[in-house]
Design a protein around this ligand. Structure first.
Ligand SMILES: NC(=O)c1ccc[n+]([C@@H]2O[C@H](COP(=O)([O-])OP(=O)(O)OC[C@H]3O[C@@H](n4cnc5c(N)ncnc54)[C@H](OP(=O)(O)O)[C@@H]3O)[C@@H](O)[C@H]2O)c1
Length: 276
């Protein structure tokens, strides 16, 4: 168990999972420092000189990397960060990793070898991509066009990821565990979009598009090559059915069932975020 005065550094602390992790820790009265470029003490993965100040005094770290653990150079960056963490006296680290991504597994190996107490949370598609990220505008516009074919995905709720992260950060018994966090059932993107439309009371179409055409449209809209390359990897390589089977990570980490996509869709629709 961490102490009540353990400072928690939450990287990506303004993002979909990090924000929830930070809120949960703060609700428990635990000290939290947000690690992101816009934080009071700016932290930037591309600037090693920001690692030491962000880690100073921290005892536990939630590691949510940007842009992606599969991006070139990520293992080297994670190695530099974990070395700085050890030097700063950090005891425990929880890594948000990618499910079914051999490149992310390389970064997991770096964390495992760091000497820190570690827990890995392997995740694939977050449900909140439809409400807090790049798929929000398409849902609002009534058409989600993606190169996702009819491959089923067991979308995971960011709230479940945050619950598992907080458990691993604050409780004993999670050191050395790799939790594959998914929702309880796999849905095609067409089905997920239909559930969102039904919950929001709107017509929202899912349009499957070829990967090349999708990347071409992104490039036309000025999306950087680096981001296009990552999306090509996620849609063209990882989304091949390897992650279709739901996993038991939420049950193993938290002793309860994961949140279902329908409940996410209903609760999110009630906030009005999908109404243009
Ligand atoms: N989205 C998914 O479905 C999904 C699935 C599996 C794994 N993941 C992984 O989850 C991690 C988070 O991705 P996300 O898409 O969910 O994004 P996110 O956490 O919602 O947002 C990105 C966060 O990182 C911070 N950030 C951005 N650039 C940064 C930089 N150069 N240095 C430091 N902080 C930076 C942002 O804050 P500032 O703007 O203030 O810096 C923000 O807090 C990634 O490693 C991703 O590969 C995502």
């Amino acid at each position: 168990m961490t102490n009540d005065d353990t400072l928690h550094l939450v990287t990506g602390g303004t993002g979909k999972t990090g924000r929830r992790v930070a809120n949960r820790l703060m609700e428990r009265g635990l000290p939290v420092r947000i690690g992101s470029r816009s934080a009071a003490l700016p932290f930037d993965w591309t600037r090693e000189d920001t690692y030491g100040p962000a880690l100073a005094g921290a005892g536990a770290v939630y590691l949510s990397y940007q842009p992606d653990l599969a991006a070139p150079g990520a293992p080297q960056t994670i190695a530099a960060f974990t070395e700085a963490a050890v030097k700063a006296g950090v005891r425990r680290i929880v890594l948000l990793s990618g499910r079914g991504e051999p490149e992310a597994a390389e970064c997991e190996d770096v964390v495992r070898a760091s000497g820190l107490e570690w827990t890995v949370l392997r995740c694939s598609w977050f449900a909140q991509n439809f409400s807090e990220d790049h798929l929000l505008d398409p849902v609002r516009a009534g058409e989600v066009a993606l190169p996702a074919g009819d491959v089923p995905e067991p979308f995971v709720d960011a709230a479940d990821i945050a619950d598992a992260a907080v458990a691993a950060l604050t409780q004993d018994g999670h050191h050395g565990e790799v939790y594959e966090l998914t929702g309880p059932r796999a849905l095609t993107f067409a089905r997920a979009v239909a559930e969102i439309g039904a919950a929001a009371g709107r017509d929202v179409a899912y349009v499957p598009v070829p990967l090349d055409a999708y990347l071409g449209v992104l490039a036309e809209h000025g999306v950087p090559d680096e981001v296009g390359g990552l999306l090509a990897y996620l849609f063209g390589t990882v989304l091949d059915g390897r992650n279709a089977a739901p996993a038991d990570g939420v049950r193993r980490a938290l002793g309860r069932e994961p949140a279902d996509f329908t409940d996410y869709a209903r609760a999110t629709a009630a906030t009005g975020v999908w109404n243009p």
